[in-house]
Design a protein around this ligand. Structure first.
Ligand SMILES: NC(=O)c1ccc[n+]([C@@H]2O[C@H](COP(=O)([O-])OP(=O)(O)OC[C@H]3O[C@@H](n4cnc5c(N)ncnc54)[C@H](O)[C@@H]3O)[C@@H](O)[C@H]2O)c1
Length: 254
């Protein structure tokens, strides 16, 4: 591991990651630490899911806090981000990674509650994160990375709430990027294809095989996404804002 805060593309940076207990959130945290980030706020609604990761990163010399945060609560999001700013003397990076899928169903069988819940976690949660970041980053700039999905760019049947929410994240990213360009806050998103994680726990038997077959490179791994996230977090992307970077093993090509 690179010494935290000394070398690497994120040397000395501080970052706040939501859903950090999940597969991609943890991989992003590890990648940021390898690139020299000095302090990480690893938040999740399941705070217990972050413990081992936090301990490992602390052993590597990174400062870590692990607040419990439900991204659907905008006030709590603001409080958690302000605490991170106070604890680590500023915030450079925020990754809106928390997400959840809706039950597999065609639209006539989707309940209003399931639709609302999916939009609240994925889209409203990301809105809360962009807003919280904008409120604290306006003085010295920063980078916000939203985790959308190829489901927000292509039509995935049986997942309308999720696809709509992810498409909303892509558009929110563009609007926010324009609103905060003058304050040097870059806001981008990554659109992953499918990779194994707990988010797929509820999918019907055989569905993952169908999804895998639609990816020319097969299913990805969380680590296949971290290069794009780290790039957007780094100064290499200093002139990049409002973009949706697709990393999907070729899923969206046909
Ligand atoms: N796995 C895939 O195939 C895939 C594909 C495209 C996009 N994504 C996106 O990647 C991101 C990470 O997903 P993952 O695959 O690592 O799934 P995951 O289930 O492993 O991780 C998601 C994390 O989000 C947390 N979370 C859920 N609801 C929350 C809430 N209300 N507040 C705070 N945290 C909450 C969960 O506790 C979990 O730790 C999500 O935004 C997901 O939509 C995943």
């Amino acid at each position: 591991m690179i010494s935290p805060g000394v070398a690497g593309r994120l040397a000395g940076r501080t970052a706040f990651i939501t859903g950090a207990g999940g597969a991609l959130g943890a991989a992003i945290a590890e990648a940021f630490a390898r690139e020299g980030a000095r302090a990480l706020t690893l938040s999740d609604i399941r705070v217990e899911a972050v413990g081992d990761l936090a301990a490992r990163l602390r052993r590597g010399g990174v400062e870590v806090t692990t607040p419990e945060l439900d991204v659907t609560d905008g006030d709590a999001f603001d409080r958690a981000v302000r605490s991170a700013v106070e604890a680590f003397d500023g915030l450079d990076l925020l990754v809106n990674n928390a997400g959840a899928v809706s039950p597999n169903a065609r639209i006539h069988n989707v309940t209003t509650d399931d639709f609302d819940r999916c939009v609240r976690i994925n889209l409203t949660g990301t809105f809360h994160g962009v807003r919280a970041a904008a409120r604290v980053m306006r003085d010295r700039g920063g980078s916000v990375i939203n985790i959308a999905s190829v489901a927000g760019l292509t039509a995935w049947p049986y997942a309308a709430p999720y696809g709509v929410a992810k498409a909303g994240i892509i558009h929110l990213t563009r609007v926010a990027a324009l609103e905060y360009a003058k304050e040097r806050i870059r806001i981008n998103c990554v659109c992953p294809g499918a990779f194994p994680s707990a988010i797929h726990d509820g999918v019907p038997d055989g569905a993952m095989d169908v999804i895998e077959a639609r990816h020319p490179f097969g299913l990805g791994k969380p680590q296949d996404l971290t290069g794009a996230v780290t790039y957007l977090a780094s100064d290499e992307a200093a002139w990049t804002t409002g973009q949706a970077i697709v990393v999907d093993g070729g899923y969206s090509l046909p």
